[in-house]
Every structure is written in structure tokens, then in C-alpha cells.
Write a protein that binds this ligand. Structure first.
Ligand SMILES: Nc1ncnc2c1ncn2[C@@H]1O[C@H](COP(=O)(O)OP(=O)(O)OP(=O)(O)O)[C@@H](O)[C@H]1O
Ligand SMILES: [Mg+2]
Length: 260
């Protein structure tokens, strides 16, 4: 079987309130899945839980990747296993340049995988960074700026994708990487993701808008509502939601619960 991220019956509490109420989802490597759904239904909660944010209390469930229940791992161990999260609201780290941040992150990952690793040689890193920045149409001066400090919304999102390009994860979770992007930036971010797409990468795109899915064609679209995945389909599902909204999903759910 190909490697996959397998989420089973995941229930999560935030500040004492149950937000995820039994999420089931399988994301095989090599596929792109989208999660859509109304505000406040738990999409970001799912992303943060997968990365091990301490504010998210797992009440029940498992998340398997490479033979391990990642819920038992620390956030850095999850990252070293190849799981990457691009945040909806990236934080600024004044005093740390983009280049330094990326090299430190890459070296930490290399050392976690091989304790003998001496770190990427500077020249090799510069070449890698230059290549990935070119791929994302980023000005090379970007590498010398402090991470996210005074970055525009679009620049933050590009910096996230650059991080992904440098770290080469096997599972990437993009939480609203499209929000606040102008059309050109959206295209560049999407091109960046597409360039990284391949049999070794599974991507979970959390989004409100069908628009980004025109550029990053998903294999599967899921709808999250009230802390559960309530509908799963092909790319058509996203188009249908764009046109009709979520009321029909709600009505269908209510119909189902009347029958149940
Ligand atoms: N740290 C927190 N403290 C209190 N409540 C929280 C916290 N994080 C999430 N929640 C609550 O959990 C619910 C789900 O939030 P979440 O951010 O997962 O929604 P979302 O589906 O990502 O929404 P959006 O589409 O607006 O990004 C919301 O009611 C939110 O207020
Ligand atoms: Mg969110």
C-alpha cells in the first residue's frame, strides 16, 4: 500500500468545547485533497491538531503516518517525519532572516533523520534557496529579510510555500494559503505547489474558495461541517459548493438524521 495519512475518528476539544467530533479522512501520498466548509467548523482546528499544537486536546482517535500514530509525537518529530503545515496566520520572527530560518529548519530535519549529518554546506544551501525562490518568482533579496516581519499578506504565503519547497515534506497541509492573495500571487503559490506535486507528496488544501482549486486541481474534495467530514467527492463538488453554498449539505444532513 502507498503511504498515507490516515485520520480515524478524531475528536478534539478546544478550551473545553468539542470542536472536532469524529473526523475520518485518508490522504494518500501523491494526491491533493481539498477541505471546504463554513467558518468555525473546525478546519484550522484539524490542521493545528495534526501539527500537535498544545491548545488542542485530543479526546479520541488516531492519526497514522508511516506506521506511527503521530498524535503520540512531539510537533518537531511530526515535522521530521515529513509533515508540514502552512499556517492561516504565519507569525513574524524579527531578527531571524528567511534564509537563516530555512537553513536552521532544514538542518534540524536532516539531523533528526541522521544524527551523523553535519548540516547542508552553505554553498549548497544558497544554490537550493536560489533555485526554490526562482521557482516561486521571489526576489532573491527576500532571503535576507526577517521572517514575516512587515511582509505583506501575499509575501507571507509565498514564504510559507518557500519553506515547503526547501523542506520537501511528504504531507503538506495548507490552511487558507489562498486568502488575501491577488490573482498573480495566487497563481504563483499554486504553481509552487504544483511544481512540488508528485508521488511523494500528499497535500491537504483548506480553502473557502473554489478559485485556488482551478490552479491546484484536487483529486478529492471534502466538506467539513460541525466538526465532521460530511461530504466527499471529486473536483465537481467544489464547483457545486461555489454555486449553491452549503445549505443543501445542511439540509441533506438534517434529512439523514431524520431517517436515522
Ligand atoms: N484557541 C481557541 N480558543 C477558543 N476557541 C477556539 C480556539 N481555536 C478554535 N476555537 C473555536 O473552534 C471553532 C472552530 O474553529 P476553527 O478555527 O477550527 O474553524 P475554521 O473551520 O478553520 O474556520 P474559518 O473558516 O473561519 O477559518 C470556532 O468556534 C473557534 O472559535
Ligand atoms: Mg480556519
Amino acid at each position: 500500500m502507498t503511504d498515507a495519512l490516515v485520520i480515524r475518528n478524531l475528536r478534539v476539544r478546544v478550551e473545553g468545547k468539542e470542536i472536532l467530533k469524529g473526523v475520518n479522512l485518508t490522504l494518500p501520498k501523491g494526491e491533493v485533497h481539498a477541505i471546504m466548509g463554513p467558518n468555525g467548523t473546525g478546519k484550522s482546528t484539524l490542521a493545528y491538531t495534526l501539527m500537535g499544537h498544545p491548545g488542542y486536546e485530543v479526546v479520541e482517535g488516531e492519526v497514522w503516518f508511516k506506521g506511527q500514530n503521530i498524535l503520540e509525537l512531539e510537533p518537531d518529530e511530526r515535522a521530521h517525519l515529513g509533515i508540514f503545515l502552512a499556517f492561516q496566520y504565519p507569525v513574524a520572527i524579527p531578527g531571524v532572516t528567511v534564509a537563516n530560518f530555512l537553513r536552521t529548519a532544514l538542518n534540524a530535519q536532516r539531523r533528526a533523520r541522521d544524527p551523523e549529518d553535519k548540516g547542508i554546506p552553505i554553498a549548497e544551501f544558497r544554490k537550493l534557496l536560489k533555485e526554490k525562490m526562482a521557482l516561486l518568482n521571489m526576489d532573491p533579496s527576500f532571503g535576507g529579510r526577517y521572517l514575516n516581519d512587515g511582509f505583506s499578506g501575499g509575501e507571507k504565503k509565498r514564504a510559507e510555500i518557500l519553506q515547503m519547497a526547501v523542506l520537501q515534506p511528504e504531507i503538506a497541509i495548507l490552511d487558507e494559503t489562498d486568502s488575501g492573495l491577488d490573482i498573480d500571487a495566487l497563481r504563483i503559490v499554486a504553481q509552487g505547489v504544483n511544481a512540488l506535486r508528485g508521488p511523494n507528496l500528499g497535500v491537504l488544501v483548506i480553502t473557502h474558495y473554489q478559485r485556488i482549486l482551478n490552479y491546484i486541481q484536487p483529486d478529492v474534495v471534502h466538506v467539513m461541517m460541525d466538526g465532521r467530514i460530511v461530504e466527499t467527492g471529486g473536483p465537481d463538488l467544489a464547483l457545486h459548493l461555489e454555486e449553491k453554498g452549503y445549505s443543501w449539505v445542511r439540509e441533506k444532513l438534517e434529512g439523514d438524521s431524520v431517517l436515522a
